[in-house]
Design a binder for this molecule. Structure first.
Ligand code: F6R
Length: 602
């Protein structure tokens, strides 16, 4: 979750960059840096820690006249938060900033090192500037060199590059990570979201994946795989709050759409072709551990429940999950061969924190999975894995849940790998599926429109049942919680096989059943469960890759070969359904009644 800014023009550049970075600082504050080229003069400053450190460092510096400039605020992924790892990264005569991940950086780095290039940092980003200079040294054409560089990069990126070889030009490319271009007459701005340029630019163009190009003399030259292309600017709002929503109606909506991108961040540096790595865990972390206990609340508890299936199935380690507020007072029996995991978006949830303290008093090793570094739960734990979802503003959690689930899936594989309980071919299959996750989370306009239309049929009735089996049962619980939180309808998640043991008594035409029917897991079993409900006239909304003739409403999903991909795709459907029902009801989507984002009371 880093932030990028750029500016080309005659205004004072240092202040534009620092002010822009200030707006993005919440995305990462491990280090920050700027690079400016004015004619022959090249200036570069970096500082670790908060942006104010960079401000101090640059106090005596002022830019003058026309120039090009880029800046970055970093949230460390590849390599520690040091000045050397801070962006912009330098080649011999060029600078680059980058958000995202260059998946093939190791391979590119080895090629460059074989050519005698020395790397100063541990980052994937530095490869971009060296690849660029290698090409430019051969062909002496900065744009072609940049184009060839982009062709070489695999992964998600938003990047800006400046070079003394073209001191009047900024080169840019976007694929998978957000970036936009702002305009004010001849002045051109870049940023990874629109807040840094509000009040500076009045028009904006949001770059699409696969687009790249350069800016020179106030003009943007834009390209994609088909060649040069035209583009249409749009007016930029002057209102910071709506800007933070980046054009979405609600933070929750924005956060649902962001899931695909943040998932890439969650995996960055951790998921490799045939292994999972967690720099956060030392190699002996799982020694002596033969069981896992997880404690959490609410949505975080649901991600924990899903992971229990994965820990047992993939890592072959016993795993049980408890609601933190229940765990605290049950006088639990704890043994030291148990790893105690807490999951929390905020890292401040009182019940979860107290459960952790209890486990620590009992001498258990602890690990937290959290979205907020330096939070109480992170500080209290022996080790922590950050979910990297970025700030979540919608009270109803979406991307935090998605990234928690992803970290837990990775952790299950990691434990299996470390304990050698997971066969390498299964690990490879899982990793291959994992790498497809960001795609499974992309929200398609057509799907969103379908759910918007469909939502009008679900504004009454006496309740909702979300049903699923296996990992889709916790997903059903989460779908029901989302709907409950923002629609205020009664909704319950249930294991599909349990309906006939009582709840089916409620079935009638105004009992809405949201059936999660994955193709890759127990399809025939859940199908029979849903048929039983349909026979009792329950209204069925089926979510499945397989058409289901008894469905009153049907959402056809695309993934059908791996349960986790089906899981994430269906998760998005349930989130959007809850959102659109809430919008129709006129509720406050981002701040639903009676709730708070961080529950620091018991
Ligand atoms: C629901 C939601 C809550 C939280 C719960 C725990 O959308 O956000 O159920 O999951 O209050 O909070 P954290 O994860 O911060 O410990």
């Amino acid at each position: 979750m880093c932030g990028i800014v750029g500016y080309i023009g005659a205004k004072e550049k240092k202040e534009i960059l620092l002010d822009g970075l200030q707006e993005l600082e919440y995305r990462g504050y491990d280090s920050a840096g700027i690079a400016i080229i004015e004619g022959e003069k090249l200036s570069n400053f970096k500082a670790i820690g908060k942006l104010e450190n960079l401000r101090h460092k640059t106090e005596a510096y002022h830019s003058e006249g026309f120039g090009i400039s880029i800046g970055h605020t970093r949230w460390a992924t590849h390599g520690k938060p040091t000045e050397l790892n801070a962006h912009p990264h330098l080649g011999a005569y060029s600078y680059v900033v980058h958000n995202g991940i260059i998946e093939n950086y190791q391979e590119l780095k080895e090629e460059l090192q074989a050519d005698g290039v020395t790397f100063l940092s541990q980052t994937d980003t530095e490869t971009i500037v060296h690849v660029f200079e290698k090409f430019n040294n051969q062909i002496n054409n900065p744009f072609e060199a940049f184009e060839k560089t982009i062709e070489k990069l695999h992964g998600a990126y938003a990047t800006l590059l400046i070079t003394e070889a073209a001191p009047d030009t900024i080169f840019f490319a976007k694929n998978g990570s957000p970036m936009l271009i702002g305009f004010d007459g001849e002045d051109v701005y870049f940023a990874s979201s629109d807040t840094p340029i509000i009040g500076k630019a009045n028009e904006v163009y949001y770059l699409e994946d696969g687009e790249y190009g350069f800016v020179k003399e106030g003009k943007v030259f834009l390209f994609n795989a088909e060649g040069k292309k035209s583009f249409t600017k749009q007016a930029l709002t002057a209102d910071k709050v709506s800007a933070q929503k980046d054009g979405y109606r609600f933070f929750m909506e924005k956060e649902i759409y962001e899931q695909s991108y943040v998932m890439t961040e969650t995996m960055m540096g951790r998921v490799h072709d045939d292994s999972i790595l967690f720099d956060e865990l030392d190699e002996n972390f799982f020694d002596g551990i033969s069981a896992i206990k997880i404690c959490a609340c609410g949505t975080s508890y649901h991600s924990a429940l899903a992971s229990a299936y994965l820990f047992e199935r993939l890592a072959k380690v016993r795993c049980d999950v408890e609601i933190a507020s229940e765990f605290r007072y049950k006088e639990p029996l704890l043994t030291k061969d148990t790893l105690f995991i807490t999951i929390s978006q905020s890292g401040e949830t009182a019940d979860t924190l107290e459960a952790l303290k209890m486990a620590k008093r009992a001498g258990l090793r602890s690990l937290s999975i959290c979205n907020v570094d330096n939070s109480s739960i992170v500080r209290e734990s022996d080790a922590a894995i950050l979910t990297r979802a970025g700030i979540e503003k919608g009270v109803a959690s979406t991307k935090a849940f998605a990234t928690q689930t992803m970290v837990l899936w990775m952790l299950a594989l990691y434990v299996g790998q470390e304990k050698k309980t997971l066969a390498s071919d299964i690990l490879k299959t899982e990793v291959a599926a994992m790498l497809k996750t960001p795609k499974s989370l992309v929200v398609e306009e057509k799907l969103h429109a379908q759910l918007t239309r469909m939502s009008k049929r679900y504004l009454h009735g006496h309740g909702f049942f979300f049903i699923g089996r296996d990992i889709f049962f916790p997903l059903a619980l989460e779908g029901a919680l989302k709907l409950k939180e923002i629609s205020y309808f009664h909704a319950e998640g249930y294991p599909a096989g349990e309906m006939k043991h009582g709840p089916i008594a409620l079935a009638d035409s105004t009992l809405f059943t949201i059936a999660l029917m994955p193709k890759s897991m127990h399809y025939d079993k859940i199908k029979s469960n849903v048929e039983e409900l349909s026979a009792r006239d329950a209204t069925i909304l089926a979510i499945s890759p397989e058409p289901f003739e008894l469905a009153d409403d049907f959402i056809q999903t695309k993934y059908d070969s791996h349960p986790m991909l089906e899981y994430f795709e269906m998760m998005v459907v349930t989130q959007l359904l809850a959102l659109e029902i809430s919008v129709r009801l006129g509720n406050d989507v981002d701040m639903p009644r009676n709730l708070a984002k961080s529950v620091t009371v018991e």
